[in-house]
Design a protein around this ligand. Structure first.
Ligand code: F6R
Length: 259
């Protein structure tokens, strides 16, 4: 697990986008795992810039999003499908048919979740998974208490997550309380993980997740067991870390490190 502290949100977003772009350049038909929420918006903006200004090619890229609210059709303005179209897909040369999100309107949710897992597997698995982290330590919508071996399934959102996400809705009551989410077990199978977190309100969560015990009470802590995860955070989100100086030391000596 590598923790990279960046000066601000913009630098964090660019550094994280560079990791994703590297995967796409190396493997033009890469499978990207994607997240919604405020954290990766800058990362997506940078991928759009790399596409428009440097020709980063998404024509063969496949994507799978982590989660979707149950009960919101794809055309709903707060659906994660709309978010992805607006923040990324509409501005790059990706084929929409290659972009996948859980179906929040699925009639048989259990069957859909199994199918989603099969689709990821049929594509050869996720090459790089983008993540944010919720204030209760969730990744995807794997709320505290989620099995660290869980697969794609329905989760009931915590009150904290409903409160956090109510900023995107007209009123709190409009926030769906159920979502389909990839499980921690699903996420952990990605070849590489790129997590972004910014802001003072994430500082305690980041410290608990990456310097605390591995626990289902903070599901992001499972990333401690992933062999190739990079945690990009800004100064504010890094402010609760005990080993902060060491992380900077590692980065400043990285170029000279034996390969
Ligand atoms: C959304 C997702 C969530 C968010 C998390 C943080 O697809 O996977 O885990 O990453 O709730 O949200 P923001 O970035 O809005 O603080």
């Amino acid at each position: 697990m590598e923790i990279i502290v960046c000066k601000d949100y913009d630098k964090m977003s660019k550094a994280a986008a560079a990791e994703v772009a590297m995967v796409v350049r190396e493997k033009p038909d890469a499978v990207l795992g994607l997240a919604t929420g405020s954290s990766p918006i800058g990362l997506y903006a940078e991928l759009i810039r790399l596409h428009k200004e440097e020709g980063l090619d998404f024509s063969q890229v496949r994507t799978f999003n982590l989660d979707e609210y149950i009960g919101l059709p794809p055309e709903h303005e707060q659906s994660y499908r709309q978010f992805m179209n607006e923040k990324l897909f509409d501005d790059i040369n990706i084929r929409k048919k290659n972009t996948h999100l859980p179906d929040g309107m699925a009639k048989n949710v259990r069957a859909f979740c199994a199918e989603y897992e099969s689709m990821i597997e049929a594509c050869g698995g996720i090459d790089v998974q983008v993540l944010g982290i919720g204030s209760d330590g969730h990744i995807g919508f794997n709320e505290p208490g989620s099995s660290l071996a869980s697969r794609t399934r329905v989760k009931t959102l915590t009150e904290q997550t409903i409160n956090d996400n109510s900023r995107f809705f007209a009123k709190k009551e409009d926030v769906p309380i159920y979502a389909i989410t990839m499980g921690i077990g699903t996420i952990m199978e990605a070849e590489r993980i790129v997590l972004v977190a910014a802001g003072k309100n994430k500082a305690g969560t980041v410290a608990a997740a990456f310097e605390g015990p591995v626990s289902c009470m903070c599901t992001a802590s499972a990333l401690q067991l992933h062999p190739d995860s990079i945690i990009f955070i800004d100064e504010a989100a890094a402010s609760g870390l005990k080993m902060r100086d060491y992380y900077d030391w590692v980065q400043s000596n990285k170029a000279k490190a034996p390969k």
